[in-house]
Design a protein around this ligand. Structure first.
Ligand SMILES: [Zn+2]
Length: 190
């Protein structure tokens, strides 16, 4: 049995002690007992810019198309993730882990489609052009271990990138995401 050092707990699918911003972009999972995959993503809005709060707006369906030309192309898209880890390591949760967030899109893992049905999605604020921050790896590792404590079907071989479940369509978490560092931190923070 893994012991959780970090004080964060999960209750009804929600982390305690982290910022909560409710996204309307979710629905029920076919089976909560089926939660068995973790998908890592990156996002930045506008692309390559950090910290403006636009990801939070986007996941709430509140992105203002007048703010930036790029937003005009995406503001009507209804997506979300369970959690976002900002450049400063701040964790925000948008959707209960017990519900289905809309992050993976058309996807397939080991022959099984519709990954959103059984996956938890975590977004790192980042891009394919800039390295992630150290504190993001720390928070991601802590968060992963907490999630795995409550959802033990997410074994290490079932932690993947969006690129792995939507090959040819998605590249995140991209060339800068250091999988070895992440998996080493997972072992340290257990
Ligand atoms: Zn993604």
């Amino acid at each position: 049995m893994m012991t959780v050092k970090h004080p964060i707990k999960i209750k009804n699918g929600w982390l305690s002690g982290v910022r909560k911003i409710i996204s309307p972009h979710f629905d029920s999972r076919p089976s909560q007992a089926d939660i068995s995959l973790l998908v890592i993503h990156y996002i930045s809005l506008p692309p390559e810019q950090f910290g403006g709060g636009y990801i939070e707006d986007f996941f709430q369906g509140k992105l203002n198309p007048e703010t930036h030309p790029y937003f005009q192309t995406i503001y009507q898209i209804r997506v979300s993730a369970h959690c976002l880890i900002g450049r400063d390591g701040r964790v925000t949760q948008f959707v209960s882990f017990n519900d289905r967030a809309w992050h993976a899109g058309e996807s397939c893992f080991q022959g099984r489609e519709k990954c959103n049905d059984y996956a938890i999605g975590i977004e790192l604020e980042g891009s394919n052009e800039q390295p992630f921050t150290e504190v993001q790896y720390q928070r991601l590792a802590e968060l992963t271990n907490i999630i795995r404590h409550y959802y033990p079907k997410i074994t290490e071989d079932r932690i993947v990138g969006h690129c792995d479940v939507a090959p040819g369509r998605k590249i995140d978490p991209g060339q800068y995401f250091e999988w070895t560092k992440y998996f080493d931190l997972l072992k340290e923070s257990q």
